[in-house]
Write a protein that binds this ligand. Sequence first.
Ligand code: Z5A
Ligand code: MG
Length: 210
Amino acid sequence: MATEQEERGALIVFEGLDRSGKSTQAKRLVEKIINSGRMAVLQAFPDRQSPVGEMIDRYLRGEIDMDEHALHLLFSADRFLKKKMIKQHIAQGVDVVCDRYCYSGVSYSLAKGLPEEWVRVTDQGLPKPDIVLFFQVSPEVAAARGGFGNERLETAELQAKVGKIMPTLRDDAFWKSVNADGTPDAVEKEVFQLYKELDRSQPLEVLEKI
Ligand code: Z5A
Ligand code: MG
């Protein structure tokens, strides 16, 4: 546990559309935090290495089919299985950087037409992020970063729907927009500035509403 003098870790979440650069910048942030003398870990969701994440991965790669409700619950379960790890790290002063979180879960499932009230409750009880870095990329810039890959959800139609839904989940109390159109170095600078402004004075909260 962090002593009274030590600051707790922070829960930092990267969200945004496909190819906005989340994975690139989440990795860079962890390196930058460690170089600055703190400890940090990176957690991607889905965690394709875990047993639950492996099922999700097989679905995304088109190897297996799955009921959409079951898939939504697997994405949520994948996060809940990391809840203890996240809380322990934060109590020990380690920053946890998440590449996607429940806001991807809610946005993609709503875009597929699952019932809104149900979709919004399955992640309640997770640790609440201290900050959501919302990567905003313009469609032209995202398109210039290469076409969609071969995964099941990488279609222009679904991405357009997600692009309309995700901003509606925004909570100005802890969401910060990042201009993801810039060069990797410019985005890194903006992200690190927001990181440095984090307030760790209050205990980590529980996510009650999405
Ligand atoms: N999903 C869901 O349905 N429910 C859930 O609960 C969760 C996820 C958590 C897999 O996610 C799918 O699961 C995803 C959402 C759904 N569906 N789709 N589509 P994923 O996170 O594994 O997806 P990904 O493969 O990592 O792609 P991504 O996240 O969309 O990309 P990104 O991480 O935002 O971008 P990147 O990989 O960092 O960069 C993309 C490319 O652009 C790459 O070639 C970079 O070198 C380049 N790049 C990055 N930044 C820049 C800048 N600044 N300038 C120029 N080029 C750049
Ligand atoms: Mg990514």
